[in-house]
Design a protein around this ligand. Structure first.
Ligand code: LLP
Length: 440
């Protein structure tokens, strides 16, 4: 739960505002982001890595895929972060929010010609090249625009990390990046191509990673390649990607970010020493770690239904949202923690399953949660740590309009993204252009 979430007179408050007031004004469901928490975390991760790497320096790119709105982009810039985008849509959001193009890095394994053109002509800081073909395309676009485009080369480093463990292999069967063995040839080609300046290598080993071991292994492998390619022309930078994990439930205990930063810095310095090279400027790309814990989703309970199972019962508590606003349980079996947000209760705890309203049995919000046995229709239910990859993965499944993204700061609530309406949805249905009355 965000540090600023506390109970006042039984109701959950966030950033000093009762969620009951927000629900009364905006309806439910909504995603509520505490601006102070998101910005504090952005600053904290930047300072942790700056302290760990010291004078050789660090660039922190906020991975916009976690949650990108104009205001979120501005908060990150104000806290000294750059912005990582991976589509023309994210690029446009950042640019229109006023992010300086030079502070933007552009990812993606299949950027379209239009996206490349848009990035080059806007003058973005770097493209992360994912394939030899893409190097040719970016070179051509840069030449047409009469520019030199700074680029990084994404490497598939053979290290995959998941929450608790990492796996190191020499070959990878996945879509991102260039295998280690082929990297030198592709880097050589990039250096020959007109309009491109290779500034460094990039890798990203996974997401929701709890400790530094996998990052350190990837850093060692990447530094060896960095040294090999450096030769007469040392590369100034090395980007080690994002993936720093957060606690979704009490069972999760990620290493503190300061510990991860210092273990990673030790690995980088140790490897650089062994290779006899200078420590490059390091870049990281955290998304989830910054915004995940800053958000909660608030729903209204609609039905409470006990289902008899052999000797026991399971109580399904259904809310007015679900996989449309949080696909993560259905996609990844993700776990969350939920509380009644509108009142305190002395009732005994009951093991409940919080379900969404979509027509799919896998539409579960929280698989197993202790809720007070008197949970009832009309109660507000809050789910913690929904700031990352919930709004950005939201869908209109079952023609459900997507909830708004609200931000709280200093007792004030502001809309970052307004609630979608059924009219928004129907506006795209070309069959309705005939003037057919949808009858709603
Ligand atoms: N950099 C690159 C190149 C990435 O692909 C990603 C995430 C990040 C940075 C940021 O990773 P983070 O720090 O947020 O873990 N939808 C999934 C997560 C997908 C992550 C994709 N790439 C989920 O909801 O768990």
């Amino acid at each position: 739960w965000p540090a600023s979430a506390e109970r006042v007179d039984g109701a959950l408050n966030m950033g000093g505002v009762p969620v009951t007031d927000i629900a009364a004004q905006h309806g439910t469901p909504f995603l509520l982001v505490d601006e102070t928490v998101a910005r504090d975390r952005a600053r904290r991760i930047r300072e942790a890595f700056e302290a760990a790497f010291g004078s050789t320096g660090v660039d922190v790119y906020y991975a916009g895929k976690a949650l990108l709105t104009a205001d979120v982009a501005r908060w990150m810039r104000a806290e000294g972060l750059r912005i990582d985008v991976c589509t023309g849509g994210e690029l446009a959001t950042a640019l229109r929010a006023g992010v300086e193009p030079a502070a933007i890095g552009f990812h993606g394994n299949n950027k379209s010609e239009l996206e490349i053109e848009a990035g080059v002509t806007a003058g973005i800081g770097t493209f992360i090249i994912d394939s030899p073909l893409e190097a040719e395309r970016i070179s051509a676009a840069a030449s047409r625009a009469g520019r030199v485009q700074r680029v990084r080369l994404r490497i598939s480093v053979g290290v995959h990390a998941s929450t608790h463990e990492f796996l190191a292999t020499s070959h990878e069967d996945q879509k991102f990046g260039i295998p280690l063995a082929e990297a030198a040839a592709v880097a050589r080609r990039i250096r020959e191509l007109p309009g491109l300046e290779l500034v460094g290598l990039h890798t990203h080993i996974g997401s929701q990673i709890f400790d530094a071991t996998g990052f350190a292994e990837s850093a060692r492998r990447m530094l060896a390649l960095h040294a090999e390619l450096g030769g007469t022309e040392p590369l100034p930078e090395l980007n080690l990607g994002g993936g720093f994990g957060i606690a979704y439930t009490a069972a999760d205990s990620p290493e503190p970010i300061e510990t991860i930063a210092s273990r990673l810095a030790d690995a980088v310095r140790g490897a650089a020493d062994e290779l006899g090279i200078a420590v490059p400027r390091i870049a990281i790309e955290p998304g989830r770690w910054i915004v995940g814990p800053a958000g909660i989703t608030v729903y209204t309970v609609g039905t409470v239904k006990p289902v008899r199972l052999g000797a026991g019962t399971r109580t399904y508590v259904s809310v007015d949202g679900g996989m449309g606003d949080n696909a993560r349980p259905a996609l990844y079996g993700a776990q969350y923690s939920a509380r009644i947000a509108s009142r305190a209760s002395d009732a005994a705890p009951m093991l409940a399953r919080v379900a969404g309203r979509h027509c799919e049995s896998g539409d579960i919000v929280v698989d197993a949660e202790w809720l007070p046995a008197d949970v009832a229709p009309g109660d507000l239910l809050a789910v913690a740590a929904t700031g990352a990859y919930c709004h950005s993965l939201a869908s209109n499944y079952n023609a459900a309009p997507r909830p708004p993204v609200l931000a709280v700061r200093g007792g004030e609530v502001r809309t970052l993204v307004r609630r979608e309406s059924i009219d928004d949805l129907l506006a795209r249905d070309a069959g309705l252009d005939t003037g057919l009355d949808p009858g709603l």
